[in-house]
Each structure stands twice: as structure tokens, then as C-alpha cells.
Design a protein around this ligand. Structure first.
Ligand code: IMP
Ligand code: MG
Length: 179
């Protein structure tokens, strides 16, 4: 077992299997309404998930990236700091936002609002993980890999202090790291 991991919550095999299912579902759904999703991934946590998921989307997708951070202590919509903005315009596009985890929901709420304000035709969300019991603002992903309990997790993109993003599975961080 990795030295920082208490317990493996989602194995690499489970993630790959679920990405295949999600990719198939996404391909079918978008094909049905004649749309092609424009994948917008939030840096840096969503990169391993984007890499695995996008292989299983059987449509001619484009990829773009954004890096945002939320201002501590504020809850108002639109109040996020953009560290790296999209390269292209999203006007008229059907965006599929790719995220690592939904926790309070604040990040997604603000980014989806921002993308709609920039003229996106549609904004849907796919998240590898969801901690529904932690939600503070009302937002739901259209596609979720795994619902997980209220534990701090690392791996497959998720970090603690910028480390452990490279682990090939999702695991619970040992408490001694933050207590
Ligand atoms: P939200 O705005 O509270 O939903 O925050 C979502 C962001 O918080 C995610 O994109 C992660 O960067 C971070 N985050 C939330 N929970 C965890 C966790 O258990 N491990 C690592 N990062 C997390
Ligand atoms: Mg994140």
C-alpha cells in the first residue's frame, strides 16, 4: 500500500471500466441530439480522468482547459479567480465540463454560470467523483463516475498539497497528513 493511503476506495480497474461506460453513454446521448461535446477540463485534477474518459467518447470532440480558484469565504456566483482561461470561444457550443470531484459544488456552480454567460449553448458536467453529503450549493453533475463518502481522497488527479495526483487509484488520505 502507498505510504499516504489509508484505504483504496476506487481501484484503477474500476475507474477504467466506469470510464468506458461513461464514454459510451456520453457518445450515445450526444449523438441522439446531433451534438458534439466541446470538452472543457478543469486543471489540474481532471487530467487523468479526461485522458481515460476521452478515449471512450466516439465523437470528434475538441479539448480546452481552464484553471480557476475560488476566493475563500465568498459564496457569490461569478466570484472566482481565473488562473488560465479557455483558448477558444465557447459561443454556441455544447460544453461538457470535466471535473475530478464535486464537493460543496461552488466551483462547478460558478464555472457553469461563467460558461453560460460567455454564450455557451449548453453546459453539462461529468465528474469522476461526487461527495453528495458535502453539497452547499445546488448543482448536480449529468454524469458521475462514483459517489463517495465524506472522506478526503487522493489519486487519479486528486491532490493533497499538490502531491499524489499521479496515483493510479483513488484512496483515502491517512489522517496523520492533515491532523
Ligand atoms: P467544490 O467547489 O467545493 O465543489 O470543490 C471542488 C474542488 O475541491 C475539487 O475540484 C478539488 O480540487 C477539491 N477537493 C474537494 N474534495 C477533495 C478531496 O477529497 N481531495 C482532493 N481535493 C478535493
Ligand atoms: Mg479541482
Amino acid at each position: 500500500m502507498h505510504h499516504a493511503v489509508e484505504k483504496i476506495l476506487v481501484s484503477q480497474e474500476d475507474i477504467v471500466r466506469r470510464c468506458k461506460e461513461l464514454g459510451k453513454q456520453i457518445s450515445e446521448d450526444y449523438r441522439k441530439c446531433g451534438e458534439t461535446p466541446y470538452l472543457v477540463a478543469l486543471l489540474k485534477g481532471s487530467i487523468p480522468f479526461l485522458a481515460e474518459l476521452s478515449k471512450h467518447i466516439d465523437l470528434d470532440v475538441c479539448l480546452d482547459f481552464m484553471d480557476v480558484s475560488s476566493y475563500e469565504g465568498t459564496e457569490s456566483i461569478g466570484d472566482i479567480k481565473i488562473n488560465k482561461d479557455l483558448d477558444g470561444s465557447v459561443k454556441g457550443l455544447s460544453i461538457l465540463l470535466v471535473e475530478d470531484i464535486i464537493d460543496t459544488g461552488r466551483t462547478l456552480k460558478e464555472v457553469t454560470t461563467l460558461l453560460r454567460n460567455k454564450g455557451a449553448k449548453d453546459v453539462k458536467v461529468v465528474s469522476l467523483l461526487d461527495k453528495p453529503t458535502r453539497r452547499v450549493v445546488e448543482i448536480e453533475a449529468d454524469y458521475v463516475g462514483f459517489e463517495i463518502p465524506n472522506e478526503f481522497v487522493i489519486g487519479f488527479g486528486l491532490d493533497f498539497d499538490q502531491k499524489f495526483r499521479n496515483l493510479p487509484f483513488v484512496g483515502i488520505l491517512k489522517r496523520e497528513f492533515y491532523e
